[in-house]
Design a protein. Structure first.
Lengths: 531, 148
């Protein structure tokens, strides 16, 4: 755990620092509407969580990387799953060919989940899982694995990404149609509200919207609109706003336009606080407070002269920190080429440690508050976002929940994002937008690429063998019975699917089996291909 | 499947099928490239997400395209791209295949041996992409002429 380098707080040359600077009549951090940050002293009392996203190969490989990250000063886990797992398919599925363990870790059954967190005290660290379409099923496996290891579900702390809306809009890892998918999200919200007080059921994610090509204002607006949709979903399910809103968290991109990003985070907090209070009637401050994770922009990295990516990532990470992030992942320099090597992942973590321990930017909350430029950009971000909310509300006849789903079904979000991506590409092509090493300063581009992590095809073979062994060992009757219960419960939209999913996980039903069983009730989603 | 970009001045510069193979849904690159090619005068057909080698080849032959562009970011290129070329050969087709996306340098020659005509790296400029596509279209025209 990184601590600020010096107490009492003073500059390197000994000038004392106050916790926050402001005129008497100006907003303070931790006061409504939270523009200046959710906590009074921000990073001074607790540095953000350095949460590095990791996962590759088998569960045993990733378990070793997790332990390495924890030993190196990382203080929260963040799990990357492979594409078959993200799509709810088993490693022996025909469509999984070539993809097993490649972009993340392969998890087919409870046995893999147990290996993944073996030797890690899940009650003592917090765990984030980046999973969406199969989120409820993977969450069920995680709970079953933790309980088997003696950790109660109530003591588990962490975050499930579980943001299905942005999958249809941006990342496109969808399986079921939007409406039954939202039922699964509702089930996890209800389950967490009742049984897991330390768990964040949804991480409303703008990251992927931005990576897919949106502008900063679109990232802000689409993400918060999705957040409002989940709020309306919870309210429609009979939950009280203050019962579940404190457990919604957010995940934003940190792109390279430094001040625009900081303005985006400040506007996000202010908009969320206002909407939660005024529109949704939240009473608790914690319901109004927007807390977020940040990841530096993968899309800003270049394959050319990859070492330069360290610099981009440092600028982006600093924007996240000055914008008041609660946790941060910094990308590694080689991520446009492959998954990061251990060394490049360490440099990325060290980048955060330099900011936290050397730069002293952490000693003052919202140090850019009051800057005429940053305040004007913050206001502009808010105004642009409000205009987009009005449009979405119009799609839904006043409801953001319906508006977002209608917008997805009509391809509106997808089209807006693609238009912005194309616009930026055209600016890049005629050099109105410069990227060092891509359309300027290309000397050095012909140097050989650095060594990258190579995922051996052998991993796929091993994982399939492991799955076959689990299937051979399990009690088939229990699998059939638990899946049958899951099917029955899936057919009744009022039933919460978390209990039958946990039961099926315990019986070692595979992820693919659980998803296929629900798919028979829910149907599958496919988007219309558009250029 | 969406078809687009009949050149306003008449004949298209060539017919291109662009596709995403495998489970990956990251379609920013493929859609941007599709639009760039369309604006450069190609007729572009986009298959949409999650295509198998069989489906890509069937669509390419059915649409009688001049070149196939495959977008690969997931690392599954060695498992999924060679089957496209094998399938084309077994169907007796000589449609050239170009791959774009995240391909480690060490895998580029492997794809070349499998019959891939060109590999476009991240950050490739529009001129380079268009030149590669023009070249692929021309190679097929020459090849077809020689065969007649």
């Amino acid at each position: 755990m990184a601590e600020p380098s010096d107490t009492p707080f003073e500059t390197m040359s000994g000038i004392p620092m106050e916790g926050v600077y402001r005129p008497d009549d100006a907003e303070r951090p931790s006061t409504y509407p939270d523009t200046r940050g959710p906590y009074a002293s921000m990073s001074r009392s607790k540095v953000w969580t350095m949460r590095m996203f990791a996962g590759f190969g088998t569960a045993i490989d990733t378990n070793a990387r997790f332990k390495d990250l924890l030993a190196n000063g990382g203080d929260g886990l963040s799990t990357a799953f492979d594409l078959p797992t993200l799509m709810g398919r088993d490693s022996d599925d025909e469509l999984s060919l070539g993809e097993v363990g490649r972009c993340g870790v392969a998890v087919d059954t409870l046995a893999d989940m147990t290996d993944l967190f073996s030797g890690i005290d899940l009650g003592a660290t917090t765990t984030s899982m980046t999973i969406n379409s199969p989120a409820a099923s993977v969450f069920a496996m995680f709970i079953a694995a933790a309980e088997q290891a003696g950790t109660s579900r109530a003591s588990l702390g962490g975050t499930l990404q579980n943001d299905i809306l942005k999958e249809y809009q941006a990342q496109k890892e969808f399986v079921f149609p939007p409406r039954p998918s939202m039922r699964l999200v509702r089930d996890t919200m209800r389950f967490c509200a009742a049984e897991m007080p330390r768990w964040h059921a949804i991480s409303v994610s703008g990251y992927h919207i931005r990576e897919a090509g949106s502008t900063a204002a679109q990232e802000l607006a689409f993400t918060l609109a999705n957040g409002f949709a989940y709020v309306e979903l919870g309210l429609a399910a009979g939950l009280a706003i203050d019962e579940f809103a404190p457990r919604l968290s957010f995940f934003f991109n940190a792109h390279v336009d430094f001040f625009e990003e900081i303005a985006k985070y400040r506007a996000a907090r202010r908009i969320w606080a206002r909407w939660m209070k005024d529109r949704y009637g939240a009473q608790l401050e914690r319901s109004m407070t927007l807390r977020f994770h940040t990841q530096t922009a993968g899309v800003s990295l270049t394959a050319q002269q990859p070492e330069v990516n360290i610099v981009r990532t440092a600028i982006e990470a600093l924007a996240g920190v000055l914008g008041g992030t609660q946790s941060l992942h910094t990308n590694s320099m080689d991520e446009t080429l492959a998954l990061p090597t251990e060394k490049s992942a360490r440099i990325a973590l060290r980048t955060q440690q330099v900011i936290a321990n050397e730069s002293r930017v952490t000693n003052v909350a919202d140090p850019l508050g009051g800057s005429w430029y940053v305040e004007a950009l913050t206001d502009e971000m808010e105004a642009q976002a409000e205009a987009i909310f009005a449009r979405i509300a119009e799609f839904g006849g006043g409801s953001l929940l319906d508006g977002v789903i209608e917008g997805i079904e009509a391809g509106w979000f997808q089209g807006e994002i693609a238009d912005s991506a194309y616009e930026l590409e055209r600016k890049l092509n005629d050099r109105r937008h410069v990227i060092v090493g891509v359309n300027a300063f290309t000397e050095g581009n012909d140097e050989p690429q650095p060594e990258t992590l190579y995922i051996d095809h052998e991993i796929e073979v091993m994982q399939r063998k492991r799955l076959a062994a689990v299937k051979a060992d399990r009690d088939d009757a229990a699998v059939v019975a638990t899946l049958e219960r899951l099917r029955r419960d899936a057919a009744d939209p009022e039933v919460n699917l978390m209990p039958p999913l946990i039961e099926a996980s315990r019986a070692h039903a595979t992820l693919g089996e659980m998803m296929a069983t629900m798919g028979e009730e829910f149907g599958l989603w496919n988007e219309t291909a558009r250029i | 499947m969406e078809r687009d970009g009949e050149n306003l001045t008449g004949e298209p510069r060539g017919r291109v099928l662009v596709a995403k193979l495998g489970l990956d849904g990251h379609d920013r690159g493929v859609r941007v490239v599709a639009r760039l090619l369309r604006d450069a005068g190609f007729e572009v057909i986009y298959t949409g997400l999650r295509q198998t080698p069989e489906r890509v080849v069937a669509a390419a032959i059915d649409e009688d395209v001049d070149v196939i562009g495959l977008s690969m970011l997931s690392g599954a290129h060695l498992a999924l791209v060679p089957p496209v070329l094998e399938r084309l050969r077994s169907e007796g087709s000589d449609i050239p295949v170009v791959v774009g996306g995240i391909i480690p340098e060490r895998d580029v020659p492997v794809l070349g041996e499998a019959g891939v005509r060109a590999v476009l790296a991240p950050g490739a400029a529009v001129d380079e992409i268009v030149a590669v596509m023009d070249d692929a279209v021309a190679s097929r025209a020459r090849h077809s002429a020689a065969g007649q």
